[in-house]
Design a protein. Sequence first.
Lengths: 336, 288
Amino acid sequence: MRLFTLDFEKPIVDLEETIAELRKQADEQKIDLSAQIKAIEEKLEKTRKEVFTNLTPWQRVQLARHPKRPYMLDFLQRIATDFTELHGDRRFGDDHAIIGGLATIDGQRVMVIGQQKGRDTKENLMRNFGSPHPEGYRKALRLMQLAEKFDLPVICFIDTPGAYPGVGAEERHIAEAIAVNLREMMVLKTPMIAIVIGEGGSGGALGIGVCDRVLIMENAYYSVISPEGCAAILWKDRAAASQAAAALKISAKDLLELDIVDEVIPEPLGGAQKDYDATAATLKKAILKHLDKLMDVKMSELLENRYKKFRKMGVVAKAEPKKRGKKAALPVAQTT
Amino acid sequence: MDVFDKPKITETKTKKRDIPKGLWVKCKDCGEMIFSKELAANLKVCPKCDLHFSMTAAERVAALADEGTWTEYDADLVSVDVLKFTGVAAYSERLKSHQRQTGVLDAIQTGLCKITGHDVSLAVMDFGFLGGSMGSVVGEKVTRSIEKATELKIPSIVVSASGGARMYEGILSLMQLAKTSGALALHAKAGLPYFSVLTHPTTAGVMASYASLGDVIIAEPKALIGFAGPRVIKETTQQELPDGFQTSEFLRERGLIDVIVHRKQLKETIGKMLDYFSGRGKRKFKAA
Ligand SMILES: [Zn+2]
């Protein structure tokens, strides 16, 4: 099976191909090449570790966008015993870039909502490459409020390059749809967990991301702007995306340090696409662990904690009153 | 924000504050040469074609607040370069140069005042400071402004003018969307009115949070209002944009905006609505 190869995976793929070639030779010509094969296999292991333990932020973005990366439905197939999709926003239509429905995970009934990308061109056209329209956000809110009414926790799978920049999206007020979600999620009376499983593209991601817990997969990213978009504006050159990716601090580890996410969910070496089952099992464990804790929290406390969680995000300083000379800024702790 | 490109702002609009007093300003719409003092006296509206120029936060406050009632809060909050953002330009340098140029610390002023006698908590954005972009300071001040309104049981008003979230603060600026919208959830639960005033331009992250959440959404004429920038939409969709796309007038026809109000009537309009939303006939505003 020939998988899609990223630039930085090239040395690994080259070695894998060499090994395959040697095996073929040994087999066909009935000669013993096991020593050579073993040596290259060792080199392969070493190269793999080297490449994948030192991934740059931009390389991780590429993994997050890997065409073989598991999407929400791949995970649901593996972590849920039941899934009934519920369609439509009861206003305009059904957005296939955001799906949602009733699911059971380890016996716990939940509402799942998330962005879904397509696996091939045809499916991607249907899913709009995971870029939702206003209907997607309005459907998401409808399902969240349904979950609230019937005491179902909400699990959100975030995986979008961003909300769709199109004429229809603007005409039907995509900004308003996202804004309303942000406001209503803050006071929704049910436990909520969001997991950034791939791309966390700006407001389009946050539109289903105001939750009690925000988790992120090791190679996923979450950013205010795409690295390419930032590069185009600040560097006047989309090719500066790798510098922008580093400057924006969009990798899982950075986000954990910035207190934006609560936990980083590890992926198999080389990325989630290498082993769907193992990745799904780790994800399931993390969801259940956090769900278990959240279900024990009193509702008033849950809501207060959710508010505080987002309330404290951001860093400001106080300018010193002008005395002699220049004023200096002193970082101060956040209030409330 | 991801899908946003900088809105086109005419030179006369953004550079107004740089022009020494006594100079002439050219209106970009009708080409009229206007004496800058005359423009200021006319609330920065072109006397010939009614084009609404950008206002600084201070000018906006002066135009809205009853005389002598303005008390500014959190005037000393400044942005921090948390990410140590370096690229073509370092964030800390850009902040300093904008502070020097504009004489203000960031893209917003917040405070308490009266509008036609009603107590309100007012936040006013300033497009002239880094394109009115929302970083932690803007997000924090808007949030505090709304929280103060909730605490004092008074209406909250935000006058927006912004190109969106402030890239230099990365994900922290994105989270200001959640923070400010969350504060509005509690303000709404307390049964208090919130007015969003959209001025040219209001887009991206600010539009995807508090600017879209008004009980009443008021816009100035011909303002650019939207989520994604027109250039990005054109490039993405390879589609011609409809006439007047993303203007106040276009969005009122499509149901987003309650009312488009000329700047000269803005204070009076807000005041009149506050009369209605203060409830219980002739009694002064009280929370439910
Ligand atoms: Zn004019």
